[in-house]
Design a protein around this ligand. Structure first.
Ligand code: Z15
Length: 805
């Protein structure tokens, strides 16, 4: 094995060997996909020595390690990132060239790993990248889904979901570790009985057990020899897993057990509209939490003697509530398997665990039906019940007679297990993901907990890895930055601020304009080649890419575009310059209204394309199957970043940060991290509009506003809503906006949004002014590197320090 490729010639030699081992073929005979696989395997070989060395170093130093539990890790392609982190990209490029291959043509052949779907999953991926870059001992823990969310196709303007078969050609970055498998138990019954020593012990019997097999993915730091681990668990059937019944001869039970087992790690987000789907999701949550914890405790046992010191060496982080079963599961392991008493186990559990909340939307706070929970996880349920009993007793002592408050903080209530309450009670730290979001958690969503445990609450504003989202996605911009201020910003993204003095420098501005045009041209070529659609590369690129959700208000965006269309019908000069509106994102398969918005976008796009008076000025394009690799093409090409959620609803947003890093101007509401972007760049360098969070919350308290009144008063709104006559499907949106009183304030914010767009056009026509704003955004984006975020978690929450390897 080699530490590094010393020359393109050596690369060619290693490549030839590897092609023989993997495929028994000469390089020249390989299909491009096989070239990718050979190359990926070579890169993994490069990483292996450092991977082992990192693990040995952590053990030798007895260092505290973090385990970041997340139901999603939206990794994106790994070849480019790993080559970059090893510093071997040029060597690979040269070597492949000698073999007659083009690295840039090979990289897109890698399937995007389907291990996540949106902001929360991508945040987790950014965090493990930053942990390794900062040489912090921290690992990811999740599920090896065989199928991702879904592959989005558009048929007749509507979303169609196809299976995402990302694993079909194999995943060369993983290593199966069968020797580290553990068992996870489901079902059966649990009860307490005297342990013969004057106490009680738990008996759990009649359960079925599932084999959990870890697949490890290396997570290399940026040219620093640190390689951490992302451990993905896969569920497998074991012939003796079905307690008692296998031998009894009821083969149908055995087959059913085998099927259920194999379902556990089959899909990301199984359909939760059926009882079966919900049960599977709960099985998944327990599955990776239990497997992960068992392996952590086992490793701890090999390193340390005293389990009472667990929290000195282990930090467990739960990314949203999906992994919150970690709390009762750690209690179970400490008590049932290690013989600890409740008090001691509880102290250790709380001291080890920390929790991040990612939403205030009440429908997104997880709740499980008690009968389902109890039948699936009887032992864990007993622990949750006891925890709830103790917690409520203590709470009632503090607030006697306040049953209204007790109801809010209960873990078990109304026949349900409330996961957010479990997570807060069982963690020493609870954080929100942007200043505004944390404030709303403290003042309303989690206020009763804040009253009891104010010291647990803290903010950690999200960040994104500038290595992937700038260095890797936008090489010409990265090169311009390095030519201007040197390369220190790569390791210290705050240093991007050194660009500030160049914001008015005409020669810098000229180069910045060229880079943006170059990225727009590249996107236009790609759209032409892959979608067969022509886009004007000199139009203003206005982009909204994110999951479809009513609170994110893609509807506001498309209604505004339709209003431009109407105005252009009347007056061909109504719009001063050509604009392209790009959309991308998936709607949940069962989210009817969001899917109708996708249809509406396509309808407006067609109206415009068919109208000669308008199509020179406007273009609407929906790019199907938005994912990480498409994002990497879009962020660098954007002029305007649409961040228009109803204020208070978007916990943070992270796309906003990726656009900013690539020099786009934010057009947004004061929501989530937009508030902090706005504070850093100022009014001159972003365009803010619409209701503020406090106004929105006031309306909610007072029963909303009357969208009918607005409809009657504003002629343009009336005209715009005609678009709903185009298809009976859209009557649902009409209902939302008028009859159901516009829950997300689309009409209420419409006039302000129209103004904001006019402001954008005015500013865009002042070239030097626009380029200055673009430069300021890039310069201030260092604050939104996940390196900053992760350092804050490490210092304030996890208490871990960098370890040189
Ligand atoms: C998700 O992607 C987010 C929140 C959730 O509760 C779930 Cl289940 C998924 C997003 C937030 O909507 C977004 O505002 C935030 O930036 C992101 O998590 C990362 O914190």
């Amino acid at each position: 094995m080699t530490k590094n490729w010393k020359s393109p010639k050596q690369f060619v030699c290693l490549f030839t060997q590897k092609a023989k081992i993997l495929f028994n073929e000469e390089p020249a005979a390989l299909t491009p996909k096989k070239v990718y696989l050979v190359l990926a395997n070579l890169v993994k070989d490069l990483i292996y020595d450092d991977w082992l060395a990192t693990e040995q170093r952590y053990d030798a130093r007895q260092t505290k390690q973090v385990y970041y539990f997340s139901i999603e890790f939206l990794l994106g392609r790994l070849l480019d990132a790993n080559l970059m982190n090893c510093g071997m990209e040029n060597m690979a490029r040269e070597g492949l060239k000698e073999l007659g291959f083009d690295l840039d043509a090979i990289m897109p052949l890698e399937a995007d790993p389907g291990l996540g779907n949106g902001g929360l999953g991508r945040l987790a991926a950014c965090f493990i990248d930053s942990l390794a870059a900062l040489q912090l001992p921290g690992h990811g823990c999740s599920i090896r889904y065989q199928y991702g969310l879904f592959e989005q196709h558009i048929v007749d303007g509507q979303q169609v979901e196809l299976p995402d078969t990302w694993l079909q050609d194999g995943f060369p970055w993983e290593t199966k570790r069968s020797d580290k498998a553990v068992h996870v138990r489901y079902g059966g019954s649990a009860y307490m009985r005297p342990d013969g020593k004057g106490g009680l012990e738990c008996v759990h019997e009649g359960y079925s057990s599932v084999l959990a097999i870890p697949y490890d993915v290396p997570v290399p730091g940026y040219r620093n020899h640190t390689v951490n681990t992302l451990r993905l668990w896969q569920a497998e059937y074991t012939p003796d897993g079905l307690f008692g019944q296998g031998q009894g001869g009821d083969f149908r039970k055995v087959l059913q057990y085998r099927d259920t087992t194999q379902q556990i790690s089959r899909f990301l987000y199984p359909d939760d509209s059926t009882e079966e789907g919900r049960k599977l999701r709960l099985m998944q949550e327990y599955f990776f939490v239990s497997a992960g914890l068992q392996s952590i405790v086992r490793h701890y046992r090999g390193q340390h003697r005293d389990l009472r010191e667990f929290d000195r060496y282990v930090a467990l982080h739960i990314n949203d509530t999906h992994p919150a079963l970690l709390i009762p599961e750690l209690m179970r392991i400490l008590m049932d398997e290690e013989g600890m008493g409740w008090e001691e186990a509880w102290r250790i559990t709380v001291a080890s665990t920390s929790y991040t909340n990612h939403t205030i939307m009440p429908e997104a706070l997880e709740r499980w039906s008690i009968p389902l929970f109890q039948s699936l996880l009887p032992r864990v349920y007993l622990i949750v019940e006891e925890l709830n009993r103790r917690w409520l007793a203590a709470y009632r002592r503090k607030f006697p007679g306040r049953e209204d408050k007790a109801e809010q903080v209960a873990i078990l209530w109304g026949g349900q297990v409330r996961m957010a309450n479990l997570a807060v009670v069982g963690s020493h730290s609870v954080n929100g993901v942007a200043e505004l979001h944390t404030k709303i958690l403290e003042e309303s969503t989690l206020h009763p907990f804040y009253e009891v445990y104010p010291e647990r609450f803290n903010n950690k504003t999200n960040g994104v890895t500038h290595r992937r989202w700038l260095l890797e996605s936008n090489p010409p911009l990265a090169a311009l930055i390095s030519d201007t201020i040197g390369t220190d910003w790569i390791r210290h993204p705050k240093k991007l601020k050194e660009l500030l003095p160049y914001r008015d420098d005409p020669s810098f501005q000229e180069k910045l304009a060229q880079v943006k045009q170059d990225r727009k041209d590249a996107l236009v070529r790609w759209i032409q080649e892959t979608r067969g659609v022509a886009v004007d590369p000199h139009s203003l690129f206005d982009i909204q890419i994110k999951r479809f959700h009513m609170y994110k208000r893609q509807l506001l965006n498309i209604l505004h575009v339709y209003s431009l269309y109407l105005r252009l019908l009347d007056d061909p000069d109504a719009v001063p310059l050509p604009q392209t509106f790009l959309f991308g994102g998936k709607a949940a398969a069962s989210y009817g209204e969001a899917k109708v918005v996708i249809k509406l976008i396509h309808t407006v796009a067609r109206l415009i394309d068919q109208e000669p008076r308008v199509r020179e000025k406007l273009k609407v394009l929906f790019l199907e199957n938005y994912n990480v690799s498409l994002g990497q093409r879009l962020f660098p090409a954007a002029d305007v970043s649409e961040q228009i959620s109803t204020a208070s609803k978007e916990a943070s947003g992270t796309g906003n940060m990726k656009f900013m890093m690539n020099g786009a101007i934010t057009l947004g509401t004061l929501d989530g991290a937009n508030v902090e972007i706005h504070r850093l760049v100022g009014d001159e360098n972003c365009v803010i509009f619409g209701l503020r969070a406090e106004e929105v919350q006031k309306y909610y308290r007072e029963g909303g506003y009357s969208s009918w009144d607005l409809y009657r008063q504003d002629e343009e709104i009336r005209r715009v809503l005609d678009v709903f006559q185009k298809n009976p499907l859209f009557s649902q949106l009409y209902e939302d906006l008028l009859r159901r009183n516009d829950e997300y304030f689309v009409l209420k914010d419409f006039a302000a949004y129209r103004e904001a767009h006019q402001e954008i056009l005015r500013r865009y026509q002042d070239r030097p002014g626009w380029l200055r704003a673009s430069a300021v955004n890039i310069a201030q984006s260092g604050h939104f590197s996940s390196d900053r975020t992760v350092s804050q978690y490490a210092r304030d929450i996890w208490k871990v320090k960098p370890i040189r390897v």
